[in-house]
Design a protein around this ligand. Structure first.
Ligand SMILES: Cc1cc2nc3c(=O)[nH]c(=O)nc-3n(C[C@H](O)[C@H](O)[C@H](O)COP(=O)(O)OP(=O)(O)OC[C@H]3O[C@@H](n4cnc5c(N)ncnc54)[C@H](O)[C@@H]3O)c2cc1C
Ligand SMILES: *[C@@H]1O[C@H](CO)[C@@H](O)[C@H](O)[C@H]1NC(C)=O
Ligand SMILES: *[C@@H]1O[C@H](CO)[C@@H](O)[C@H](O)[C@H]1NC(C)=O
Ligand SMILES: *[C@@H]1O[C@H](CO)[C@@H](O)[C@H](O)[C@H]1NC(C)=O
Length: 432
């Protein structure tokens, strides 16, 4: 994707637009027989170069398979084809009182989100894609079609054998092509309010987050933005927030439970020298606030025209969050990277450092690569992961080895070998 600078763009030789699972299967058979790489394409918003055709081959663009196949309101689930996007699903659900909460900052396809195990601002409350998939229909490299939980099944729990659904979640197109997903749905909460709170320093914001979680407050969203991110948001989304490290918060529930949660969190904020809450109570105000949060990549890019972004994606046990954020800031200062922004889904221990660099300036690009690696290695040292939600793609293959260990990688490669013996599925991703 043109957004990224760390991976040079490798277009495929052929792009196909299958209309149904049978056609996907036929494409797989043709590619497998001729040992041609097969690259699934959801909506192209992935941030780790996942759709790059590094070894050429056939791109399977799933955007035409965009039907919502069923919604079962009484069971809180639905089944969609691979090209359905999260916003398309939520628009469709609008009148049912239900929604699908996983919300990466882009309107990604739901099966693409399964493939990267995506999350977003709601994961602290609802979990990631991993916790919200009930069943997947997958076309394997040799064209066989499987339903990971058995055809049509959509139970909340099962003890029936290996969890094949989980195997395909996060597999980034290296094991098969997901053509259908059954997903959990949730009732829209009775009442919702959002608030912004500013802090004199990063530590105060992050300490507050950790304390909110440790108190077991069922917060719906808790997002950290540092002062430069706030400045970018102010300019891009025409807001006038105080330029300081901040938390964006959301509370949901019954009106009374909401008051109680908000009071507790307000106490914790003020103990850490946070400002009073600035409330966003009506729906327009709330959606403006969260749209501004989701648009942050574009907000930052607007500050340095011609630059391209790269984002780190580490996730640590929440108790380690204050330390890794502090040490990351030190590394960034030491390296002299000028354009960097810190923000994160801090409720999950997941934060991003967004760098802007001139793709034609090799020195700048190298610094960003080095600092990103350093931050990921610090996370691994703290028993964290190098990627909370973006995936391994092309750039983090070495880090994956460090994270999982040689034996773990061997087992992953054995699974890959069994399902895709000719290595046609999205080659050179996840592993070398
Ligand atoms: C502005 C912006 C903000 C973002 N914010 C977040 C965020 O907050 N949280 C987050 O998790 N991500 C975020 N992302 C990243 C991105 O939206 C997610 O990674 C998303 O899951 C990618 O979905 P997609 O449909 O675009 O997949 P693509 O980019 O098309 O593909 C991603 C990978 O999955 C594979 N793939 C896609 N579809 C299938 C399929 N049907 N079967 C098998 N393999 C498939 C591809 O081969 C590729 O390896 C953001 C991206 C942008 C541009
Ligand atoms: C199997 O994996 C899926 C996807 O990660 C998950 O949602 C589901 O809860 C798992 N099932 C069981 C029984 O653990
Ligand atoms: C809050 O501010 C006061 C006065 O500046 C300071 O003494 C105190 O250490 C701060 N508390 C925290 C938790 O940062
Ligand atoms: C990481 O986990 C190991 C094993 O549980 C533990 O010994 C070590 O202290 C942990 N490291 C950190 C920084 O918490």
């Amino acid at each position: 994707m043109s957004l990224l600078f760390l991976f040079s763009c490798c277009p495929p030789e052929v792009v196909t637009f299958p209309q149904n699972v049978e056609q996907v299967s036929e494409i797989a058979i043709l590619c497998n027989d001729n040992e041609i790489p097969l690259i699934p394409f959801g909506s192209g918003t992935g941030l780790e170069g996942g759709i790059n055709a590094v070894k050429g081959g056939v791109c399977v663009d799933l955007t035409h398979m965009n039907e919502i196949l069923s919604v079962n309101p009484e069971d809180f689930d639905c089944t969609v084809q691979s090209g359905v996007t999260r916003m398309q699903l939520n628009n469709y659900l609008r009148d049912t009182g239900l929604w699908f909460p996983i919300d990466p900052g882009a309107d990604a396809s739901l099966c693409g989100m399964c493939s990267t195990s995506a999350s977003g601002t709601n994961a602290v409350r609802y979990g990631t894609m991993r916790e919200n998939v009930l069943n997947l229909e997958v076309v394997l490299a040799d064209g066989r079609v499987i339903n990971t939980a058995g055809k049509g099944r959509r139970t909340k729990k099962t003890s029936a054998g290996y969890n094949l659904t989980n195997l395909f979640v996060g597999s980034e197109g290296t094991l098969g092509i997901i053509t259908k997903a059954s997903l959990k749905l949730f009732g829209i909460p009775e009442a919702t309010v959002s608030a912004v709170c500013h802090f004199p320093d990063v530590q105060g914001a992050v300490d507050t987050t950790v304390q909110v979680l440790q108190c077991g407050i069922p917060i719906a969203r808790i997002e950290f933005l540092d002062e430069v991110s706030i400045d970018a948001v102010n300019k891009y989304s025409k807001m006038d927030m105080k330029v300081a490290p901040s938390l964006f918060l959301e509370f949901t529930g019954t009106p009374s439970s909401l008051d109680e949660q908000a009071a507790l969190v307000a106490d914790l904020c003020s103990m850490n020298n946070g400002s009073d809450f600035k409330w966003a109570k009506d729906p327009e105000e709330r959606s403006h606030l969260w749209k501004a949060r989701h648009d942050i990549l574009y907000a930052c890019m607007a500050l340095k025209p011609g630059s391209k972004p790269y984002s780190t994606d580490v996730c640590v046990p929440v108790s380690k969050l204050p330390e890794i954020i502090k040490r990351s800031k030190e590394e960034i200062t030491k390296a002299g990277v000028c354009d960097s922004f810190m923000l994160g889904h801090v409720g999950d221990g997941n934060f991003h450092t967004l760098f802007l660099a001139d793709p034609n300036n090799p020195e700048e690009v190298q610094i960003v690569k080095d600092v990103s690696n350093k931050i990921a290695e610090m996370s691994l040292e703290m028993n964290g992961t190098c990627t909370g939600e973006h995936g391994i793609g092309q750039g983090k293959r070495e880090l994956l080895v460090q994270e999982i260990g040689e034996t773990g990688i061997q087992v992953m490669k054995q699974i890959k070998q069994t399902l895709d013996p000719k290595g046609i599925m999205n080659p050179a991703k996840v592993f070398y």
